[in-house]
Ligand binder design. Structure first.
Ligand SMILES: NC(=O)NC1=NC(=O)NC1=O
Length: 168
């Protein structure tokens, strides 16, 4: 898909296509739509990231709370978004052993209790570092977690911009 096609989209189409670049936060796509005409993929990505960076901490934490747990109940129940389903399955989280799933559930619970939002990791890079990040200071961990949200968004945008518009 080329950037001219993106710039020609009305609001509904734009949110349909880009509404889940940031997991379950279509508001961001609706906000970025008003930045058209966008010059290229980098410009589109820059506006997604600028919106996140400009939010107050409560809004940034809200974005993290919109993310499903890694290997959590949503993966088990099959209620993940298509993107998350692909990412989590692709990272092998579907085929975890019972003990590993339990260990991840415990880490998720400890992490959520400490920071007030779920552990977020760009699963396609899957450098499972939950245990180490649990020890980080809150302000640093918020920045790290938002960095993972941006990595996930970059990968999703690249997939979408590579996609054939006929299939969208
Ligand atoms: N809590 C998470 O990190 N969730 C996810 N990371 C991904 O890359 N996809 C997800 O659903």
């Amino acid at each position: 898909m080329d950037i001219e096609k993106v710039n020609s989209m009305d609001l509904g189409e734009f949110v349909d296509v880009f509404g889940n670049v940031t997991e379950r936060c279509p508001l961001i796509a609706a906000a970025v739509w008003s930045q058209r005409p966008l010059s290229d993929l980098e410009d589109l990505e820059k506006h997604f990231f600028a919106f996140i960076d400009a939010l107050p901490q409560s809004g940034q934490e809200g974005i993290l709370r919109c993310h499903p747990y890694l290997a959590g109940s949503e993966l088990q129940r099959g209620t993940l978004t298509a993107e998350s389903q692909r990412e989590q399955s692709g990272a092998g989280l579907w085929s975890l052993g019972a003990d590993e799933r339990l260990r991840l559930a415990e880490l998720n619970a400890q992490y959520r209790a400490r920071f007030g939002f779920p552990f977020v990791l760009a699963a396609r890079f899957s450098n499972r570092t939950a245990a180490r990040r649990l020890l980080c200071p809150s302000a640093q961990e918020l920045r790290t977690a938002l960095g993972e949200v941006k990595k996930i968004g970059s990968l999703r945008l690249a997939d979408l911009l590579r996609a054939d518009p006929a299939k969208l």
